[in-house]
Write a protein that binds this ligand. Structure first.
Ligand code: PGA
Length: 241
C-alpha cells in the first residue's frame, strides 16, 4: 500500500488528480471506475481545470460509475449519474459513448448490475478504481456485513448513509432505502485502487480500514489485500493512523 498523507483537501484533490493524470498520460484509453460524493469533487474540479488549460486530455478514457441510488432515474438531479455527468464527463469531454452509469431505475436492477459488470469486462476491466469511504467504512454502497465475494448488486443502505444523503433529498425519509453498487469483489478486481479520505469524521473509518482486522464489518478493510492500493488522506482523516 502507498499511503499519501497530505495537508488538506486541496492537496488531496491535486494528489488524486495527479494519479489519474499519470494513468491517462501512459494509457489514454484507460478504464476508470469513479465515485461520487464530497470527497472526489475536488479531484474532478482539478482534472476539469487541467483539461480546460490544455494540460490533460481524458476524451479517450472509458468511465464506469461505482454506485447509484436504487429507484432514481439517471436524469434525477440527486442521481450519481447526473453528478458524474455534471462534474466530470461533460466538462472534461468524455463522450457519453465512453461512459456507463449504473441505472438506478432499471426495471430489473439485478440484470442492470450484470450488464454493468459485463460492460466493464468487455472494456478490459477497470484500470483505476477511485473510492471514497463512508464513516462506517463502506466503499461504494457496500455497507458493513457485505461479503467480500460480492459482485454488483442491490444493497440496503445503512441509516447513517441515508442520513449523510438527506440534504440532497430535502429529508431523511426521502432518501432511497437501497442502492445499486459494484461489489467488493468487483472493486478488488480493479488493477489499481485509490482510496480518498478527507476530514476528521473519516479518521475512525480510515484507521479501521487500514490498521484494523480485515473483516466484512469494515468493508474498506478488504482493500488491505489489494496489490496496488494508494490511499490519499488529509491530515484530519489521517489523525488516528
Ligand atoms: P463523501 O462520501 O465523499 O460524500 O464523504 C463518501 C462515501 O460515503 O463513500
Amino acid at each position: 500500500m502507498e499511503l499519501l498523507r497530505v495537508e488538506d483537501y486541496d492537496a488531496l484533490s491535486r494528489a488524486a488528480a495527479n494519479r489519474v493524470g499519470r494513468l491517462i498520460a501512459s494509457r489514454p484509453g484507460a478504464v476508470l471506475g469513479l465515485p461520487t460524493g464530497e470527497t472526489p469533487l475536488g479531484m474532478y474540479r482539478e482534472l476539469v481545470g487541467r483539461v480546460r488549460e490544455g494540460r490533460l486530455d481524458v476524451s479517450a478514457a472509458i468511465a464506469f460509475s461505482l454506485d447509484e441510488f436504487h429507484g432514481l432515474p439517471p436524469e434525477h438531479p440527486a442521481s450519481f449519474c447526473s453528478f458524474l455527468r455534471r462534474h466530470f464527463f461533460e466538462p472534461a469531454g468524455i463522450p457519453p459513448s465512453r461512459t456507463r452509469c449504473l441505472c438506478g431505475d432499471a426495471p430489473d436492477p439485478e440484470a442492470e448490475c450484470a450488464v454493468h459488470e459485463a460492460a466493464i469486462a468487455a472494456a478490459g476491466g477497470i484500470d483505476l478504481q477511485v473510492l471514497g469511504i463512508g464513516r462506517n467504512g463502506h466503499i461504494g454502497y457496500n455497507e458493513p456485513g457485505t461479503p467480500f465475494s460480492s459482485r454488483a448488486h442491490v444493497a440496503p443502505l445503512a441509516p447513517e448513509t441515508r442520513e449523510a444523503a438527506a440534504a440532497a433529498f430535502g429529508a431523511f425519509e426521502l432518501v432511497p432505502l437501497r442502492g445499486v453498487t459494484l461489489g467488493i469483489q468487483s472493486i478488488l478486481a480493479a488493477r489499481q485502487v485509490m482510496l480518498l479520505a478527507s476530514g476528521a469524521e473519516k479518521a475512525g473509518a480510515v484507521k479501521a480500514a487500514l490498521r484494523g482486522p480485515v473483516t466484512p464489518e469494515v468493508p474498506a478493510s478488504a482493500l488491505q489485500g489489494h496489490p496496488a492500493l494508494t490511499v490519499v488522506v488529509d491530515a484530519a482523516a489521517a489523525a488516528l493512523l
